[in-house]
Design a protein around this ligand. Structure first.
Ligand code: ING
Length: 311
């Protein structure tokens, strides 16, 4: 019997500084209902899906910064989302800024959760590849302060069994690093869910803007194929308070083909019937890891952080 799962990616248009969490949760619930109406059993929302992409702003007052974080999940603001999934019987991935206490320490992570159809949080991922910088760049048109506002994730790249599939999670910049997917691929991941907020403008280099979308799709397609997994990527996009981020939400098959892609830079649902056995032939042949990988030659990947040229 073939294993099929109808899954959706729910892209979000801009969330402005002035937008309340309640107004955003209303949008998320509307997208959930639309996905459910289309038969989806799993919905992927973007990274930091409850607020504007606040790492673009230089802030020094911790209380001001913490206004963008969730101290509990679900919270009163997000509770309607959890009630709706119980009513509709649909699972989801949600990205948000996590504020938590661990061993008497306040910790702050760029986090995603995997919520099953009964509303239980069954998985949590904390972003590991934090891009950008930690100090103020006063001459830049905007900041990218993830290294300042978040700690590096401390729980690794895991997979969970949910919706009768093996599901892994990552967040935004993680999708550019092959190690992200390979660690999950070595755990038999079938679906990689990720959200992203990707500015169109490169503040460090005069890069042609079309390369943002090219590199985004290249990262998804190459790594989906090389790990024989479905990759579901949800953008928060459009101009947030005038600062533009790319759309291009996509569902990529284990063959590396784009099965569906968003057309707008607004709230938009795309969906595909995932054939969870589509990648099986790749895992039996070209990417039969156990047959073809030669780990005795890969040592530098975990022994060395930066490139060293010794010739
Ligand atoms: N955003 C961007 C991303 O990885 C970025 C940052 C863009 C880094 C382009 C390098 C190149 O899509 C987040 N939030 O990681």
């Amino acid at each position: 019997m073939s294993r099929k799962l109808r899954a959706a990616v729910a892209q979000l248009g801009p969330i402005h500084l002035a937008d309340s969490r309640a107004s955003v949760v209303k949008r998320l619930c509307a997208l959930l209902r639309e996905a459910h109406a289309g038969g989806a059993k799993f919905v992927v929302f973007p990274e930091l899906a409850l607020t504007t992409f606040f790492p673009r702003w230089w802030m020094t007052d911790q209380a001001e910064i913490d206004r963008f974080f969730e101290a509990q999940m679900p919270s009163p603001d997000t509770q309607p989302l959890f009630e709706l999934v119980r009513e509709l019987g649909i699972a989801f991935y949600l990205g948000y800024a996590e504020l938590t206490e661990e061993a008497g320490q306040t910790r702050r992570f760029n986090t995603s959760i995997l919520v099953e159809r009964d509303g239980r949080i069954v998985g949590r991922y904390r972003k590991i590849h934090l891009p950008g910088h930690s100090e103020h760049l006063p001459d830049a048109p905007f900041q990218h302060l993830e290294k300042r506002y978040f700690e590096v994730g401390n729980e690794g790249f895991k997979v969970w069994r949910a919706m009768d599939a093996v599901v892994g999670m990552c967040i935004c910049n993680d999708r550019r690093w092959p190690e992200t997917y390979r660690v999950m691929g070595l755990q038999g991941v079938e679906i990689v869910a990720l959200g992203y907020n990707t500015p169109s403008h490169n503040i460090h280099h005069p890069e042609p803007v079309h390369l943002r979308m090219f590199h985004h799709l290249l990262s998804l397609q190459a790594n989906a194929y090389q790990n024989a997994a479905w990759v579901l990527a949800a953008a928060k996009c459009g101009a947030e308070d005038g600062f533009h981020m790319i759309g291009g939400s996509a569902i990529v098959a284990p063959t590396g083909e784009i099965a569906a892609q968003a057309m707008s830079e607004d709230d938009e649902v795309i969906a595909v019937n995932l054939d969870l056995q589509l990648g099986d032939y790749l895992r039996r042949t070209v990417f039969a890891f156990e047959k073809h990988r030669r780990i005795e030659h890969y040592g530098l990947i975990t022994e060395r952080t930066g490139a060293v040229t010794e010739v």
